[in-house]
Write a protein that binds this ligand. Sequence first.
Ligand SMILES: *[C@@H]1O[C@H](CO)[C@@H](O)[C@H](O)[C@H]1NC(C)=O
Ligand SMILES: *[C@@H]1O[C@H](CO)[C@@H](O)[C@H](O)[C@H]1NC(C)=O
Ligand SMILES: *[C@@H]1O[C@H](CO)[C@@H](O)[C@H](O)[C@H]1NC(C)=O
Ligand SMILES: *[C@@H]1O[C@H](CO)[C@@H](O)[C@H](O)[C@H]1NC(C)=O
Length: 337
Amino acid sequence: QDFPFSWACVVIGCNFASFAVVSSLSDAYPPLWKDCPDKLSDYKIENGKYIINFWHYLERQGAYKILLNETAKYFEKFAPENEQNILWGLPIHHGWQYHTGRLADPTQRTDCGHKSGDHLCISVDSWWADLNFYLSAMPFLAAVDSGIMGIPSDNVTLLPPYKDQMSFCFNVSSCRSSFPEAMKKWNEFYQHLKSNSSSFDDLLKYLWAAHVSSLEVAHKNFHNRLRYYSKQEADFGRNWALFVDYLAPPLFPTTLIRTYEFQKGLPTRVLLSGDRPLFISDFTGFQKSVLLTLNLLHIVHKYTGTLSFIVWKTLMKSEIARELFLEILEFILHYFN
Ligand SMILES: *[C@@H]1O[C@H](CO)[C@@H](O)[C@H](O)[C@H]1NC(C)=O
Ligand SMILES: *[C@@H]1O[C@H](CO)[C@@H](O)[C@H](O)[C@H]1NC(C)=O
Ligand SMILES: *[C@@H]1O[C@H](CO)[C@@H](O)[C@H](O)[C@H]1NC(C)=O
Ligand SMILES: *[C@@H]1O[C@H](CO)[C@@H](O)[C@H](O)[C@H]1NC(C)=O
């Protein structure tokens, strides 16, 4: 099959099963996954439309859950139990955002998203939540639009947040007119998925193109939210976003187990002023190394004036370089996990 690591894995002896830390696939599922809606009819219906509140963790995560369920059949040929569905990267990462308090109101003016308060609330002031909106609402609505969900495009409406409504969109047609490029890219991904003829790597290519397109608009619109955080957290957010830009050219395969293992390297709480990457006592060696690597990447990127990114993109066009990079990354994951 088209699984990009297969040969590499033979060489370094890493087969998938050796991610044995995961005893069952459901261990890798995002927090509260079983409590999320698993079909559209679990949502409220008004005037013949499903009403989804993307500012509530279970409802946003539920949209992903339905998306994963509806796309499972296209990934069956790669592995059982939907493990190779490359859309897993999105809900797994969103689960991390929830679990680590990153969806909470960073201004502390409300208890939205805070453990002691309304913990399922997603704050419109959270930089992480706003970026994720573009990576949840858009892929979801584009899936509706491309017929993946089996309902008419006009049948879903998302509830607006209490402010800054202009930065968001709430149904297929308004998302298409406000964010034409990103919606088009997500649609292209689903068209290729539906055709059944694309290879695994081709699907990754369309997925990452859509992902990058969503993030491009999101960065512009929500940059100002970073001021609500400590310098450490704001830097981490910015560096993480930069790192994701670098993960796109090698087409990192965002499948269930791999994303889950990778995410163990991310900070388990919001960074506070005074946190210094190598000296955070409640973080693992893996987490500290990731923070340090992200800092280094930022420095290199800054001082080469993005030349490093251009070189990287060019390098990753070579299949050998790309597989080598993914192999090294896989090796690092095994080393730390
Ligand atoms: C969806 O659209 C169809 C056709 O426009 C309509 O008949 C149906 O009631 C709508 N609502 C739901 C919740 O399916
Ligand atoms: C999709 O969800 C339905 C229940 O809503 C379930 O019966 C089915 O097994 C799920 N399919 C997959 C591939 O997870
Ligand atoms: C979509 O949303 C826009 C504004 O957000 C609204 O004007 C339009 O009527 C909505 N369309 C449908 C089909 O619900
Ligand atoms: C693609 O594969 C799925 C699952 O095997 C199948 O249900 C569907 O009909 C196929 N679609 C096309 C266009 O071949």
